[in-house]
Design a protein around this ligand. Structure first.
Ligand code: FPP
Length: 250
């Protein structure tokens, strides 16, 4: 099966209202800078176009009643980018949160940020915590934004937290199993994603949801994130629905 799908997907779900065959889609939104470079625009324009693309998709998956969408916005490795780009991205996240939260809340979106929020600038961190708290009761789409996220860090922090609980006498080491470890992750209350979409054509996980994607189907498209449209999402879901998921069995 060639899972690198060429750019320019055709529309698959013309009827649109068909029930989705899955609850949780994770996305690695890659290719903003290449999109800008192709147009001789500054990087910032690529990230702005990335925000538009995310807004379009959030609206669409909300209409399709998807339960969980988890997007990779900023990895723990992204701090290595030029300071100017990092500052731009952090300011963009802050502005988007300020500008878009009301519409998200109106659409009953529950927002969660997953990652190590401690390193975030105080104002952004407070807005993130506040928006999570203020959307806690919302019953629509669960939107997770991974920010300063890295799976190895997440697993390391979980291991440390379990060790601390063992030390305090709260956890019996014999009782540590997969379910318990899952409960110490940022994604504790969430089901694992059934489908992980990566735009921009790279065939790697980039330290994203390593534990949670043990049995997740991967779909890589060379479409760059700003160009990723509802029909591209539908195409990924359509391909997912034809996969034979065996979970290591026959
Ligand atoms: C990937 O493109 C994207 C990012 C590093 C993160 C930024 C994402 C957005 C701005 C989308 C909106 C997100 C939120 C939460 C508002 P890249 O910079 O790696 O591009 P390249 O692969 O072409 O270098």
């Amino acid at each position: 099966m060639n899972n690198l799908v060429k750019r320019g997907a055709s529309k698959q779900f013309e009827e649109g209202a068909e029930a989705l065959p899955l609850d949780h889609v994770a996305i690695i939104m890659d290719g903003n800078r290449r999109w800008a470079r192709e147009r001789l625009l500054p990087r910032a324009a690529g990230h702005q176009a990335g925000v538009k693309s995310l807004k379009r998709l959030v609206r669409y998956v909300g209409e399709r009643s998807l339960k969980y969408l988890t997007v990779y916005a900023f990895s723990s490795e992204n701090w290595q980018r030029k300071e100017e780009e990092v500052s731009y991205l952090l300011k963009l996240f802050s502005d988007v949160l300020d500008d878009e939260f009301a519409e998200l809340a109106e659409n009953k979106v529950r927002l969660r940020f997953i990652g190590d929020l401690e390193r975030m600038p105080a104002k952004l961190k407070n807005s993130m915590l506040e928006s999570m708290e203020n959307s806690r009761e919302n019953t629509g789409l669960n939107l997770q934004v991974a920010i300063n996220y890295g799976s190895r860090l997440e697993l390391t922090q979980a291991a440390r937290a379990i060790a601390m609980d063992v030390k305090r006498g709260l956890v019996d080491p014999e009782s540590i199993d997969e379910n318990m470890l899952s409960r110490y992750l940022y994604t504790a209350d969430l089901p694992d994603p059934e489908l992980l979409i990566r735009t921009g054509g790279e065939m790697r996980l980039s330290n994203y949801l390593l534990w949670q994607s043990a049995y997740t189907e991967f779909y890589v498209t060379s479409t760059l994130w700003p160009d990723f449209k509802p029909e591209d999402f539908d195409l990924a879901v359509s391909e997912f629905s034809h996969r034979n998921r065996r979970y290591g069995g026959d």
